[in-house]
Design a protein around this ligand. Sequence first.
Ligand code: NDP
Length: 281
Amino acid sequence: MARIIDGKAISAEVRAEIKKDVAALAEKGIKVRLAVVIVGDDPASQIYVRNKKKACDETGIDSEIIAMPAETTEEELISVLDGLNSRREINGILVQLPLPKHINEKNIIAHIDPKKDVDAFCDENVGRIMTGKFSFLPCTPAGIIELLHRSGISAEGKECVVIGRSNIVGKPMAILLLHENGTVTICHSKTKNLSEVTRRADILVSAVGKAGFVTADMVKPGAAVIDVGINRVDGKVVGDVDFDAVSAVAGFITPVPGGVGPMTVSMLMENTLEAAWKASR
Ligand code: NDP
């Protein structure tokens, strides 16, 4: 039976450490502040923003939530970002995605000062992920690396398979595993014989967004299975992995909820702290 990697407990540990560091900066007169911009009233986005605000409260980071109506224009949003970029007391800026369809997300991300881009989504920060000269690590992949480290799982020399190649999860995840000296394969919807590839994995990360996608026959006995997926089925949140069946084969497994999700938010706090520290030097 697989050992459950408790993302909630590990996340609480990480947040306690961040809280200490935030307090230490406060003693030197340095405040840590995150601005979160949300456009429209997508219910899932509202939950994510609430979770971020809660994490700020837990770690002692000041938060400023800027809620804008769904009909906000791209120019209006850019003007808000320009304002946040120029305010010295704001260390991190996050625009909650997805944005309404009439707003070009790429343009918006490009308008965030890279020094305040705590999601690490802008081209400059994505480039730094490639070279290993990170300013900020991308939150979800960084959270997964932290879960592995704190569970005593090393990627060095291991077969690592990532299912999914999005810019925010799959690709940066693969790069971070490569920086950890894993032997990395990325799979996507055009991959042939997917199960053959995934069965090689000592560390299998699924970032697909389909409930029940990873079945027991796709998993190598003893593998660490990391489930990034967030899917809503009959009002319940589930991951990509058929949890019960895969637990019987895997060595380690992350649950959904309570696995990768809380760590993503904790890494956002870590990046905001890092931004404040860098801005103070
Ligand atoms: P995307 O939809 O951008 O990417 C999904 C990926 O899955 C694509 O690369 C796609 O391939 C691949 N895929 C789809 N079908 C198959 C298939 N049959 N076989 C192999 N690969 C397939 O999603 P995201 O990366 O943004 O997110 C993935 C999941 O993770 C979602 O459920 C999302 O909600 C969740 N998520 C969770 C976070 C957390 O903190 N826990 C944070 C961010 C996301 P192709 O490129 O060929 O289309």
